[in-house]
Design a protein around this ligand. Structure first.
Ligand SMILES: NC(=O)c1ccc[n+]([C@@H]2O[C@H](COP(=O)([O-])OP(=O)(O)OC[C@H]3O[C@@H](n4cnc5c(N)ncnc54)[C@H](OP(=O)(O)O)[C@@H]3O)[C@@H](O)[C@H]2O)c1
Length: 242
């Protein structure tokens, strides 16, 4: 396994939930962490100060802003494409088309843009790791709310394979991590105890996943130089349910 101490890591959407767990773990392992966020400045700056990371505000759906972020932060060794628009956060006034563009803009185009800029620097170093955070929704039948989210996550798998192919001659790997139900604060607040019990009862291992155990699984993937173009499903056995 590669030693990633001293590597520069960019975690998009690093201010809370799974992104926060990645930032904490990378910082603990001695990486230089760039913590990207878009709206919640206070949360990002507080966390960054606590773990010694550099906060960077950038809407990853904005190409010029992403380019500027890479110019300011310098070359990135490890990219975790984690940021997302929460599918529950649709503004009531957004039309179907507007909402589709917003979801695709952050959850897919944002991941593409970050990957594209990261790849150029990684090629020069002949070393790089990309990890794209997908979801069980890339596979399971979406309801109306989850349709664009699921489509973006599915497409992310193709995006990751594309980066894996482009990066392979330079020793760069690209993989997908697809979690099931993550027990972030947001999820815990959103689900009623009854809804939570219902969700968990369908998971063979009988619980949701902690952000920390998902981040650790992702970092294990990153530390391998020989896993690329792959998808790690981490969902407590949810694919075995009837
Ligand atoms: N939660 C789950 O149960 C679950 C399950 C499967 C997969 N996942 C995946 O795991 C990842 C993390 O999920 P989570 O629940 O931790 O997410 P979350 O709590 O919704 O946090 C999203 C993060 O993305 C940032 N963000 C939002 N829009 C952005 C933009 N335009 N540019 C840059 N950053 C932006 C947010 O920062 P600001 O607040 O500052 O905007 C925040 O840091 C996502 O890719 C998600 O799809 C989650």
């Amino acid at each position: 396994m590669d030693d990633i101490r001293g590597k520069t890591v960019l975690v998009t959407g690093g201010s809370r939930g799974l992104g926060e767990a990645f930032c904490r773990e990378f910082a603990r392992m001695g990486c230089r962490v760039i913590l990207n966020y878009a709206h919640g400045r206070e949360a990002a700056e507080t966390l960054a100060a606590e773990i010694g990371a550099t906060p960077y505000r950038c809407d990853i759906s904005d190409e010029k802003a992403v380019q500027a972020m890479f110019e300011v932060t310098g070359p990135v060794d490890i990219l975790v494409n984690n940021a997302r628009i929460d599918p529950y956060k649709r503004a009531p006034e957004a039309t179907d088309g507007e909402w589709w563009d917003q979801v695709m803009g952050v959850n897919l185009k944002g991941a593409y843009l970050c990957g594209k800029f990261a790849l150029e620097d990684m090629k020069k170093k002949k070393w790089g790791r990309m990890l794209h955070i997908s979801s069980i929704w890339a596979y399971q039948m979406p309801n109306e709310r989850m349709l664009s989210y699921a489509a973006a996550k599915s497409a992310m798998h193709a995006l990751s394979r594309g980066f894996a192919a482009l990066g392979a001659p330079f020793g760069i790997t690209s993989n997908v991590l697809a979690p099931g139900l993550i027990m972030t604060k947001l999820v815990a607040e959103r689900l009623t105890p009854e809804a939570f019990a219902r969700e968990v009862s369908t998971i063979p291992l009988g619980r949701g996943e902690s952000p920390e155990e998902i981040a650790q699984a992702g970092i294990n993937m990153i530390r391998s130089a020989f896993i690329t173009g792959e998808i790690l499903n981490i969902n407590g056995g949810a694919f075995m349910r009837p």
